[in-house]
Design a protein around this ligand. Sequence first.
Ligand code: SAM
Length: 217
Amino acid sequence: MDFSSARKSMVEYQLQARGIQDADVLRVMGKVPRHLFLPEELWNYAYEDHPLSIGWGQTISQPYMVAIMTELLNVRPSDKVLEVGTGSGYQTAILAELAHYVVSIERIKELAEGAEQRLKDLGYSNIKVICGDGSLGYPKEAPYDAIIVTAGSPEVPDSLKKQLNEGGRLVIPVGGTNLQVLLKIIKKKDDYLIEKHTSCIFVPLIGSEGWKRMADN
Ligand code: SAM
């Protein structure tokens, strides 16, 4: 399979055609080899527009969702970004292409370790992967210019809001376990602006400020 032209088609027909306009987002999604974040038996499906299994009951998000969330996050080259839900590390790589530095936190140790190695092998040197409960953020490196949560939360975790820089953006799916709405929260002095965007379906954010009952199991 010619992965490079599959990627080009993905950008043109799944992202641009559906309204993604940010030239930097389109450029990096045309560059990062999504298939290398998947088990080899799934490589032929890597550039189709749907989530795929990455083991441990988790998924790599569909390309359109990665694109829209990244576009909403408005990442600048000087930004420090926090990602909650490293999964395969694909979204992490997209962020690392756009930002100065990315901290990514994943609760499943095997996924965190796999992503860390994969990102290192691909040559990324501006990423720190942490294993832990990202619903609490990562205060050690706060504040962040942008925070992205790639798992669905029942509400917006206060800890994440508090770790935003002035003017910082938080993009997070919020709602029930079967359907959420993508929210963008912008910190303005002591207040937060909230924008509602598209509906989406994510695996649950499991943790102290996410779905707590699942965290106790
Ligand atoms: N962005 C990922 C990618 O590109 O592959 C996909 C993320 S997947 C949809 C959501 C991830 O969030 C899962 O790997 C899951 O284990 C993780 N997760 C769920 N709750 C979490 C928490 N409290 N802290 C950190 N990671 C969490």
